[in-house]
Design a protein around this ligand. Structure first.
Ligand SMILES: Nc1nc2c(c(=O)[nH]1)N[C@H]1C(S)=C(S)[C@@H](COP(=O)(O)O)O[C@H]1N2
Ligand SMILES: [Mo]
Length: 521
């Protein structure tokens, strides 16, 4: 009976074949990750494909991802990629029940995709191709080897039930398990290696940063946190984070330098100690992301420590005709800021190395970043910055410009209601509504609140810290039980009243009045 079956059916069992594909995928990814541990996390083919996907994603989708998943957008992407890859590997395994060729073709295709993604990374040299190469070799080898073992086993069962000299079921399972364990060890090893090269120890060695010109202390009445507004300063942990980096760039101070070149008389390269050993200043600045929706949370305030960016440019002697500071981060992301904004002493642009007393957190740009008050982050706040080229707008186009975003992006005057929360239920009677407003570089003059279509009421403002920082507000209303709508708008010191015209975040920031619905009982 068995002999006749064998003549038609020498196929691997369905489930076993699927598992085989997935095990080979795991081996491939792990081998790539291990080799990437020696080179740099972004060489890992998996991350490189993810990074490539981020760069290729159309702007609407990216905007949607940031809106929907917030800081988890990258986890969602990596998770989605994992699901797709596991399914494809299982399918390739199943397609290879008779011959290993379909599986080998798919693994080779994955390997080439990984290699292509790595080769496109601006922050990696050609040695980085060793990582996808390791993936390719490990994937092909493990698949081929396990497939041969398993096929031999199937043939043995079919042709010679006693199966002498052919692998037992146990040994096939053991080989598969061995491959999984080796993959796990390789993956973990890669993670450890990458970790041992990471920037955290370098950051710890920097120690506390003490500015010679500290920012004025924040007065106690600068926020209404007790009424539900944010605290005036955002802790480093709570500071919003937006960037395209799947794995946070790890730069040690000793490996870092900043090149300043282009349309300047004196091209210069600064080491970390060149910057750190200068008299450090501290400025309190509220940063905002252009992807912040009306009512959104991509706005935070910190005491940034560093040096005046204008001072650096003046030392370099900017040549006439220069318009743009084209900045590049170690991971190849680029940004274009107006030279004029950096030179304007009123604005207070910085090359920052510290945040709230500490060296910059790694995810906020350690060792150094730009911070230019009054401009959205994508045109002013390059993290892990390594290169400043002084140039024109025509000569260089920054990362987001070819993805639908504007060249000039001053932060728009905005306000947000923080309490009550949307759809919250509060006691009827005296209801305090509170929140925050910002108009960096201009300053908030007034905040007005109304219930439904009622009269605008001027809110009480917190003590002003500076025009570059947000301002908290509250207003009280006497409300009967029921459902209510609260609306807020800010008036800035230029006399401009925040428009109610709704605009999306693309191309240069959202507009509209933040409106919430809540219930009193
Ligand atoms: N290298 C690098 N710098 C970057 C970005 C990035 O993607 N890569 N994103 C910018 C954007 S869009 C914003 S809003 C700010 C956010 O800075 P934060 O993450 O420290 O809040 O960083 C800017 N600097
Ligand atoms: Mo941003």
């Amino acid at each position: 009976m068995k002999t006749s079956r064998a003549s038609q059916d020498r196929r691997l069992p369905l489930f076993g074949a699927a598992v085989l594909g997935v095990v080979a995928l795991a081996a491939a990814l792990a081998a790539g990750h291990l080799v990437a541990g020696f080179i740099g996390a972004n060489a890992s083919p998996y991350l490189a494909v993810g990074n490539g996907a981020i760069d290729l994603t159309p702007v609407e989708l990216k905007d949607f991802a940031v809106r929907t998943f917030g800081v988890y957008d990258k986890l969602v992407l990596l998770g989605g990629m994992a699901v797709v890859m596991v399914l494809a590997a299982a399918a390739a395994g199943i397609a290879s029940r008779r011959s290993p060729v379909p599986g080998l073709v798919l693994i080779a295709a994955f390997g080439l995709l990984g290699g292509f993604a790595v080769s496109q990374r601006p922050d990696l040299s050609t040695t980085a191709l060793l990582a996808p190469l390791a993936s390719l070799i490990a994937g092909v080898a493990v698949f081929f080897w396990l497939h041969r073992l398993a096929t031999a086993r199937v043939l043995a069962v079919d042709e010679a039930p006693d199966g002498e000299a052919s692998p037992s079921r146990r040994s096939v399972l053991l080989a598969g398990a061995g491959a999984v364990v080796a993959a796990g060890a390789a993956g973990a090893g890669g993670q450890l290696l990458a970790g041992s090269r990471d920037a955290e120890s370098s950051r710890a060695a920097v120690g506390r940063l003490v500015p010679v010109r500290p920012a004025p202390p924040i007065p106690a009445d600068a926020d209404f946190a007790k009424l539900g507004t944010p605290t005036f300063l955002t802790s480093n942990r709570d500071f919003y984070r937006v960037d395209t980096a799947l794995s946070v760039p790890q730069v040690r101070t000793e490996d870092w330098s900043l090149r300043l070149h282009g349309m300047v008389r004196n091209e210069t390269r600064y080491s970390y100690s060149d910057i750190r050993d200068r008299p450090l200043i501290e400025r309190t600045i509220t940063m905002t992301c252009v992807s912040n929706e009306v009512g959104g949370t991509y706005v935070s305030t910190a005491n940034f420590i560093g040096i005046d960016l204008g001072d650096l440019l003046r030392e370099a002697e900017v040549l006439p005709g220069a318009e743009q500071i084209f900045s590049t981060s170690v991971d190849g992301w680029t940004s274009g800021s107006p030279v004029a904004a950096a030179l304007d002493p009123e604005r207070g642009a910085m090359l920052a190395i510290g945040m709230n007393g500490e060296p910059l957190p790694v995810e906020h740009g350690f060792p150094a970043r730009l911070v230019i008050p009054g401009l959205y982050g994508y045109v002013s706040a390059t993290k892990w910055v390594k290169d400043l080229e002084i140039t024109t707008w025509k000569a260089r186009r920054a990362y987001w410009l070819d993805r639908g975003w504007g060249e000039q992006a001053p932060i728009k005057t905005q306000s947000r209601i923080d309490s009550p929360k949307g759809f919250e239920t509060v006691s009827a009677g005296k209801v305090r509504i509170s929140g925050v407003a910002w108009a960096q570089h201009t300053g908030i003059d007034r905040v007005e609140v109304r219930i439904g279509t009622g009269n605008w009421v001027s809110a009480t403002l917190s003590r002003e810290v500076g025009v570059n920082t947000w301002r908290m507000w509250w207003a009280e209303f006497d409300l009967p039980a029921g459902s209510h709508q609260a609306v807020v708008r800010a008036v800035d010191k230029s006399g401009y009243t925040q428009t109610d015209a709704r605009a999306g975040t693309v191309p240069d920031g959202a507009t509209g009045w933040h409106t919430i619905t809540f219930t009193t009982r």
